[in-house]
Design a protein around this ligand. Structure first.
Ligand code: RNT
Ligand code: ZN
Length: 418
């Protein structure tokens, strides 16, 4: 019944879009090739599986204590598979180093090796999932407020060693899966209050990065992520957007744009066309800041929609990697994955459905009001019917039907965790 309705609505939508020169079948193929990288850390509020895991630090915070968080690696894997089963399309998984399979052993961050990720590599293969990776500088006794930029040579070397090892692990993952593993490097380094040593810290960070990136790693790709500030580090961030933009452009690294890492009125989407002439690829951390980098679940808000429009309009689909980065501990976490992923997909779909060439011609001909008219009309076009059809074709629940399945999963699984 539902499928018939979806089909009917889709046929109407298809004709409406065809009228404007947009081929919805071609767009559905493009959407199928749009792979998100699901961040493992929404499942357990960024705890990870270190045996001596400490309190969260490094300027980030997950708020809320909704019951049912994954407590161990098996639960986290189950939850990820459940979420994936409710998101149309095929998607990657993005792991942080602290999510290794440490099997009860205390493995410090400067001791980690690929053996602690072998079970992830096997799991990923079994579940047709490609892996991405992150070094982890936060929530550790040596995190402090400075890691790779620390003037204390011992601490700085500890984090250099950690990050080098993470690159080895990412490369091994890439080799095992026959597809480069994207490794993101974000460190929280900054100052809570005024400081006269900004240049010193930035030079140290640059030196650390130069050393970390020395080794050629053919099956992984490096990306570097800046931010505006962290909690407790409000006055200065060593790895700011400008710092990493310059570094990525000069040394040919992927630049990560986390949508929560800019000033409240700054549009992250506007970075896309500004940096693409200078960097080959971009990595996204799609999130939702509310007043600060609060990492709320992604929704179809204006900044997110604008970001995807800018990527498609810049013809840069194959130069961007699409990571998610939110960690709300106050709501059902599977629901968080499904809503955030589907919303990102819907923003991409709407961007793909835009009659870009027609609008561009009008713009170049100076037909200002017609441009505005067409852009406004797009907002009410039946893109939702195309998304529903995408769900049907991918055998996942249409519309809010996923709620029932999550309720069932809560009843059967997560409500039994305490
Ligand atoms: C922090 C960065 C970073 C983290 C994750 C856990 O502000 O956004 O990407 O959220 O790596
Ligand atoms: Zn991020």
């Amino acid at each position: 019944m539902k499928e018939e309705l979806v089909k009917k609505a889709y046929e109407v939508a298809k004709s409406r879009y065809a009228e404007m020169g947009v081929d919805t079948e071609a767009v559905l193929k493009q959407l199928q090739e749009f792979h998100l990288s699901l961040h493992c850390w929404q499942a357990d509020d960024v705890h990870g599986f270190e045996v001596r895991a400490g309190a969260m630090s490094g300027g980030i915070q997950s708020t809320g204590d909704f019951p049912g968080a994954a407590r161990n690696i098996d639960e986290l894997r189950m939850d990820i598979l459940k979420a994936k089963s409710l998101i149309p399309g095929s998607h990657r998984l993005n792991l942080h180093e602290i999510y290794g399979d440490f099997k009860g052993k205390v493995v410090d961050r400067d001791e980690v090796t690929v053996e602690y990720f072998q079970s992830w590599i096997d799991w990923a293969k079994e579940n047709q999932t490609l892996l991405d990776f992150n070094s982890s500088s936060f929530s550790h006794p040596k995190s402090g407020s400075l890691s790779l930029a620390n003037p204390d040579e011992g601490i700085r070397r500890f984090w250099i060693e950690h990050t080098k090892r993470c690159r080895d692990i990412a490369n091994a993952m890439g080799e095992a899966q026959g597809d480069p593993c994207i490794m993101n490097l974000w460190v929280h380094d900054g100052c809570k209050d005024v400081s006269v040593n900004h240049a010193l810290y930035r030079n140290l960070l640059k030196q650390s990065l130069d050393e970390i990136f020395e080794k050629e790693q053919p099956m992984m790709k490096d990306c570097i992520e800046g931010k505006v500030f962290g909690i407790g580090l409000e006055s200065f961030t060593v790895g700011s957007h400008d710092f990493y933009t310059a570094y990525a452009a000069k040394y040919d690294k992927i630049l990560t744009i986390d949508t929560g890492h800019y000033h409240p009125t700054e549009m992250p989407g506007d970075k896309v066309s500004a940096v693409l002439p200078f960097v080959k690829e971009l990595m996204l951390h799609v999130s939702r800041p509310v007043r600060w980098d609060s990492d709320h679940v992604t929704i179809m808000d204006d900044p997110t929609q604008d970001l995807f429009f800018e990527i498609v309009r810049a013809d840069a689909l194959d130069r961007v990697h699409y990571g998610l980065d939110f960690f709300d501990g106050s709501i059902n976490r599977i629901g968080a994955y499904v809503i955030g992923s589907r919303s990102a997909q819907k923003c991409m779909l709407r961007a793909l459905l835009e009659p870009r060439e027609a609008i561009s011609k009008l713009e170049l001909a100076g037909e200002g009001y017609k441009v505005l008219a067409l852009i406004e009309e797009q907002k009410a076009m039946p893109w939702q019917a195309v998304y529903d059809e995408f769900c049907v074709r991918n055998n996942v629940p249409v519309g809010a039907d996923f709620i029932k399945e999550i309720d069932q999963y809560v009843a059967d699984v997560t409500s039994k965790r305490n």
